[in-house]
Design a protein around this ligand. Sequence first.
Ligand code: F58
Length: 833
Amino acid sequence: MTTPPEETHASSPVDTAENTRTGTHIASLKQAVLHNLYYVQGRIPALATRNDWYMAVAYTVRDHMLDRFIRSLKEMSNPQVKLVCYLSAEFLMGPHLGNNLLNLGITDRMRQALKELDLELDDLLAQEEEPGLGNGGLGRLAACYMDSLASLGVPAIGYGIRYEFGIFDQEISDGWQLEKTDKWLRLGNPWEICRPEIAYYVNFGGRTEQFYDEKGHFRVRWVPYRTVKGIAYDTPVSSYRGELADILRLWKSEAVESFDFQAFNVGDYYKAVNEKVISETVSKVLYPNDEPEIGKTLRLAQQYFFVTCSLQDMIRIHLMRGKSLETFHESFSVQLNDTHPSIAVAELMRLLLDEHMMEWDKAWNITQQTMAYTNHTLLPEALEKWSLPFFSRSLPRHMEIIYEINRRFIDEIRLKYPDDDERVARLSLIDEHGEKYVRMAHLASVGSHSINGVAALHSDLLTKTVLKDLYEFYPERFVNVTNGVTPRRWIALSNPGLTALITERIGDRWIKHFEDEISKIEPFAHDPAFRAEWQKIKHHNKNRLADLIQERTGIAADPGSMFDVQVKRIHEYKRQHLNVLHIITLYNRIKKNPSLAVVPRTFIFGGKAAPGYFMAKRIIKLIISVAEVVNNDSDVAGRLKVIFFPDFNVKNAHYIYPAADLSEQISTAGKEASGTGNMKFSMNGALTIGTLDGANVEIREEVGAENFFLFGFTAAEVDDLRNRGYNPRSYYESNPLLKEAIDQVRSGYFSRGDAELFKPLVENLLDHDPFMLLADYQSYIDCQDRVSLAYRDQESWVPMSILNVARMGKFSSDRSIREYCEHIWKIKPAKEK
Ligand code: F58
């Protein structure tokens, strides 16, 4: 097997015998690592720790990226170039080292250079602490998009927050989740460049004052209660084997020096220290919830903090380019990743009006033409809103601006729909039913020229549910851009075996041109030699994961069994507990007939629960409780194994997706906006069992209905059932197998006789079941039986697996980014080779 050819030419214009810093020959790499070990880490090999070596290698790789990075920065100062600014409160980048080596095309040579130093590259890759600056899908999507922006040659800046503590590390103790602080910066972060000279002031609280300036113009000044400073930290994001690197620019909050001095001068040292602590708190920690937090002061502060720093930075760049602010929208496209950065609408207005003295209409036109909003949810409770009194106290000037935006918006509504007060109330930026709230999705929608959902079904449902009124008012603004994931990280990096096999048959263009090329493996679905290789690789990946599972949980997983995997945040709508009901059903079959021929399965779960989400934490406990019984039952005899893989994150995901046979995408139809894990599994040859939800619909269309295991109610049927009056108990009463499984959970069968432990879960299912597990149960079980039957016949399973990969072209994030370029940002990606 061959690996994709790596670059053989020197990547730096100064790659000469004298310059070993960025040379790409093995000897140069070795020398550069030793130099960085000595000059950056201050260590000699004999005393170096594993982390010292990791840092030395990381700095070496970063040095290689800097040529591109600096060239790109220069390109960004070109006034002709439109910059895409991706504003996101989360970027879940995953470990950098392996990915950067892959992009630069120097993995093999670095491996060899390290061998000569008696080091293993894999050990150093394991040493890297991943930056977990995101909760899940939304943050990881931002990371895939940065990868594609760079690889397509689109000049872009990802703007976000440099949280000191990312998403918590999950530990499991006695079957319960424990949250441990993620101290990811403890040993240093070699990938970022601190830019103390790129810093902006950020105000909070206080009041506004109206005045007339010396020219007699009416103006408003914001007299804040507190001011902090945002400092830029840049991480280069390089393209795959290309010439460009984009920037991830994350803001860290710091105290404004003058505060310290003022307090210090009057002798109040403790007050000064306190101010510093408060200022640094803003970027201290990522909120670990996958739904918005109502009334969390710090969260709004974080949002405003990174948004104003980013907009001030764009204005600086624009003026530095020698351009007038009247053309701002021609130079910048700002994509709002959900409503978390939506305060950008009011903030850009404030900057243009108050700081740059532009008049309202002009400023509004520029704002609308600059902004575009992506929605990521259909759950009404997940739509962000801020209590109005709290919002006014935190951002008084923005409140005034929002009132004015709303006043003008309502005038427009009344013009189009005279005498429709109810519509006005529904559309208003302010929710006035009971306690007043600012509706952030409305602010984002009114202030943007484009509003998009993240899968075809999601975009369609948006116009019928949570954004219905906005759609009726602005139909032309709504578009769909189905999510995608990067084939670089999610195949080329994490599945080297598959990468080598595909490359051997169709060359390596598929890594950069996935959409056009990957279908070329389709004919090999009928090639026995190819199939045998394919199976061998899957088996190898399963072995690799089994070793990791053994290390992390002490449980032995049989690589000969079907690996049936559900990894994602733990949430009731994602229905991990439906999966558990299937496991219990299989277990009961075996108990009734121990000699039954069953297809051996290893059920692998992974995912974090929000720390305050009671039900989600109980679902983890349920999985682990069922595991204890099933894994140790002699009748089962190892044919079923249940594993909860702790601390699911990007690094662990590299081992999990490539090892899966079956991908569980079983959310209640109409609830999952898109899903992106579903794409990663399929790209690695897992078959999907899924509902018609999110991007599953499009995955099934692409891979073919015959290569996808479909079950369950459709979104329309779910709706219908609810409207007719859903009674979960009737399903329980009429289905003996379902009743048996639920009764066991309730009675304490899986919890050592404790009948209280799962009572809240069971009662919720029987009395409410908001996500309709009971309604979909039988359809799911029947479908799982079809899966087992199909898996038994590897002669037909393997070609289905091959076809899944071959037909995944659409789900490359390169395709998504091309669509954003064409339909939303109106730019052309750079010409590609
Ligand atoms: C996810 N949202 C969607 N939100 O659930 C998923 O279907 C979709 O594929 C993905 O976005 C990308 O479009 C999501 O991950 C969050 O994690 C937010 C974090 C901050 C608080 C609100 C939820």
